[in-house]
Design a protein around this ligand. Structure first.
Ligand SMILES: *Cc1c(COP(=O)(O)O)cnc(C)c1O
Length: 359
């Protein structure tokens, strides 16, 4: 049987998608070979790649004046590619610091420019929150403003889109496609695939075309957005299987009713889990209501000494990968698009049973 997988990444994929990939594994569409064995320059593969892009554009309502790039190197390589491409003649960029991923991004950017760090983590009635934008000190003319919409490790997310006078750059690795988003508000959106899109090995970059062509002269060719856009993300061999499988996930999302429909389900799943945690004396979530992630739900037990038992018994109940990130401990349930409501129901049922036995 398939267990419910609450891993933060690489994360759960829809069973229907894996079944389709399995059916097509040995003989893709009667061609006598696997998609993995096909040239990325072949007509068949290019059709797969283009269909994936068209479906993503439909799902996210991506305007015409944006390029969609299917790259490699993870979101982490974008931490370097973004300043190398976007600082242009300016030397300064603003980075909003809200947790571990925004910190990694800004540390990398500091190699290339003068980075103005906005400390936006705060506390509201003892709970972790993101400070109001009115308290931030943005610089006057930054090349861009970078933030992480959903801090995957902390379980903290922005309640809205910051209002800035520069291109807005957003790491959406753990929240892309989880809720409707107005792409036209952004200069660049990027996301590693292995949370809410598909398998590891693919990174999406959605970039407004006027930002494509301001890379530093010494940028590695493969990192240059304008070159990737011109070559349909095939400057070199792309991650063909991950691209294909992400395309199957996009088709699955469209069948589910698109991003609006999946958002409603995500709200229902998150509401159920937070509702239970809040009603319980045994479990605790540290995030202020307005900034709670609907994708990554961290929680602690009343007695940390019970964590090993909790994780072991969860696993016996086919509820996998609930340990929090090694840097913060505690528990974390990642409830991405592919985790069904039944999975969250089973988790809440188990948590309640555990609390009754040990609370
Ligand atoms: C997982 C994650 C990353 C890192 O992604 P890689 O693909 O492993 O480089 C960066 N940012 C956020 C918000 C993430 O969740």
């Amino acid at each position: 049987m398939r267990a419910y997988n609450f891993c933060a990444g690489p994360a759960a994929l829809p069973t229907a998608v894996l079944e389709k990939a399995q059916q097509e594994m040995l003989d893709w569409h009667g061609k006598g070979l696997s998609i993995m064995e096909m040239s990325h320059r072949s007509q068949d593969y290019i059709a797969v790649a283009e269909k994936a892009e068209a479906d993503l554009r439909q799902l996210m309502k991506i305007p015409e004046n944006y390029s969609v790039l299917f790259l490699q190197g993870g979101a982490s390589l974008q931490f370097s590619a973004i300043p190398l491409n976007l600082l242009g003649k300016k030397s300064q960029a603003d980075y909003i610091h809200t947790g571990i991923w925004s910190e990694k991004a800004l540390k990398e950017a500091q190699r290339y420019g003068d980075i103005n760090v906005i400390e936006a983590g705060t506390r509201l009635e003892g709970k972790l929150a993101i400070a109001e934008q009115s308290t931030w000190h943005l610089s006057d003319h930054p090349a861009y403003v970078h933030y992480v919409e959903n801090e995957t490790i902390g379980g903290l997310r922005f309640a809205g889109i910051p209002e800035v006078n520069a291109p807005l750059v957003c790491d959406m690795s753990s929240c892309i496609l989880s809720a409707p988003q107005d792409v036209s508000k952004f200069g660049l959106i990027y996301a590693g695939a292995q949370k809410n899109i598909g398998p590891a090995g693919l990174t999406l970059v959605i970039v407004r075309e006027d930002l494509l062509d301001q890379a530093r002269a010494d940028i590695p060719g493969i990192l240059k957005y304008s070159a990737q856009a011109k070559n349909d993300s095939m400057v070199n061999t792309p991650s063909t299987y991950a691209w294909y499988l992400s395309g199957l996930v996009f088709e699955w999302l469209l069948e589910q009713g698109g991003v609006d429909a999946i958002h409603q389900r995500n709200l229902e799943k998150a509401g159920l889990l937070y509702g239970y945690i809040d009603s319980s004396e045994f479990y605790h979530n540290p995030i202020a209501l307005q900034n709670r992630s609907i994708m990554n739900v961290p929680f602690t037990l009343a007695d940390a000494a019970l964590e090993t038992q909790f994780l072991q018994q969860a696993e016996e109940n086919h509820l996998l990968n609930l340990a929090g990130h090694r840097s913060v401990g505690g528990m974390r349930a990642s409830i991405y698009n592919a985790v069904p409501l039944e999975g969250v129901q089973a988790l809440v049922h188990f948590m309640d049973d555990f609390a009754k036995r040990y609370g």
